[in-house]
Design a protein around this ligand. Structure first.
Ligand SMILES: NC(=O)c1ccc[n+]([C@@H]2O[C@H](COP(=O)([O-])OP(=O)(O)OC[C@H]3O[C@@H](n4cnc5c(N)ncnc54)[C@H](OP(=O)(O)O)[C@@H]3O)[C@@H](O)[C@H]2O)c1
Length: 249
C-alpha cells in the first residue's frame, strides 16, 4: 500500500519502557500501526493490549533481548515489510556505577547493551531507511552523555558514544531524506530511576513522551526532554574541569 494511504507505521524497540509505552499510546491514539519489541513477553503483551484499546490500527509484537544480535536482521526485515515511517529505539539500562568501578566486566556489560548492541541494531535500521529514501530514526540517549560525572560515567560514556554515532549518522542519511532524532531526557520517574533519590527536576513518563512525540513528528535533530535540560546542560558543560572535578555530582 502507498505510504500516504496506509496508517503511519511505527517500530518501537524496548516498548515496555515506561517512557516508550507512553509514546506508543500517543501513536495508538492517532491510529498508527505499531510494531513493538520488548524483552519481557508478559509486559510486552500488556502494552499490546493497552494499545489495541487506545485505537492502534494494528499491533505486532516480537520478543527481543537486544543483546541477541542474531535476531536483529529478521526483526528489522519484518518491521520494514509493511513499510516503516518511524523507528524509536528506547531500550536501555542504568548500571550500578559502584559495581562498574569494582568489576570491569560490569562496565563492559553496560557498554555492550547501551552502546555496542544498540549501534548494531541502528546500523541495520539506518541502512533500510536509507535504501527506501524516507523515514525517521529516533533514539533515546541521555543528558548523562553530555558530561561525565562520577555518579554515572559508565552509563554516560555509553550514551555519549551513542549521541556521537547518531550525529554522524544524521549527516550521512540526510541526503537520502532520512531524519535522525537524538532524544536526550533528563531525570524521568521510571523503574530505571526508582531506586535513586527524587530529582527536583524530574518529569513523568507521560510528559517526557509528549515531548518525544513532538520531537519525532517535527523531525528535530536534537531534543532535550523536557526543553529546560538544554540550558541546564549547557551550563554544566561550560564549567571548567578544574572546578568540575571538585563537585559532588
Ligand atoms: N528514566 C530516566 O531518568 C532516563 C533519563 C535519560 C535517558 N533515559 C533512557 O530512556 C530509555 C527508557 O528508559 P526508562 O526510563 O523508560 O526506563 P525503564 O522503564 O526501566 O525501561 C528500560 C527498558 O529497557 C529494556 N531493556 C533493558 N535491557 C534490555 C535488553 N537487553 N533487551 C531489550 N530491552 C532491554 C527494559 O526491558 P524489561 O522490561 O525487560 O526490563 C525496559 O523496557 C532508556 O534508553 C534510558 O537509558 C532514561
Amino acid at each position: 500500500m502507498a505510504a500516504e494511504l496506509r496508517p503511519r507505521r511505527v517500530l518501537i524497540v524496548g516498548a515496555t519502557s515506561a517512557i516508550a509505552a507512553e509514546v506508543a499510546r500517543l501513536y495508538a491514539g492517532r491510529g498508527a500501526s505499531l510494531v513493538l519489541t520488548g524483552r519481557n513477553p508478559a509486559r510486552l503483551a500488556a502494552v499490546e493490549a493497552d494499545l489495541r484499546v487506545r485505537g492502534a490500527a494494528s499491533v505486532e509484537t516480537e520478543v527481543l533481548d537486544v543483546l541477541d544480535r542474531d535476531r536483529h536482521a529478521s526483526i528489522v526485515k519484518r518491521a520494514f515489510a509493511g513499510g516503516l515511517d518511524v523507528a524509536l529505539v528506547a531500550h536501555g539500562d542504568l548500571p550500578d556505577q559502584q559495581r562498574c568501578q569494582a568489576d570491569p566486566g560490569e562496565a563492559a556489560r553496560a557498554l555492550e547493551l547501551n552502546l555496542v548492541a544498540t549501534v548494531e541494531l541502528l546500523t541495520l535500521l539506518a541502512n533500510e531507511f536509507e535504501a527506501r529514501r524516507s523515514g525517521t530514526l529516533a533514539v533515546i540517549t541521555s543528558v548523562a552523555g553530555d558530561r561525565g560525572r562520577q555518579s554515572n560515567y559508565v552509563y554516560g560514556a555509553a550514551k555519549a558514544g551513542l549521541s556521537v554515532f547518531l550525529q554522524g549518522l544524521r549527516q550521512r542519511v540526510h541526503a537520502a531524506g532520512v531524519s535522525v532524532v537524538t532524544l536526550k531526557p533528563g531525570f524521568v520517574d521510571t523503574p530505571m530511576t526508582a531506586h535513586l533519590p527524587r530529582n527536583p527536576l524530574a518529569s513523568s513518563p507521560r510528559r517526557a513522551a509528549g515531548a518525544i512525540h513532538r520531537a519525532i513528528e517535527s523531525r528535530r535533530e536534537v531534543a532535550y526532554i523536557p526543553w529546560f535540560w538544554r540550558p541546564v546542560m549547557a551550563l554544566i558543560r561550560a564549567l571548567p574541569e578544574s572546578l568540575f572535578k571538585r563537585l559532588q555530582l
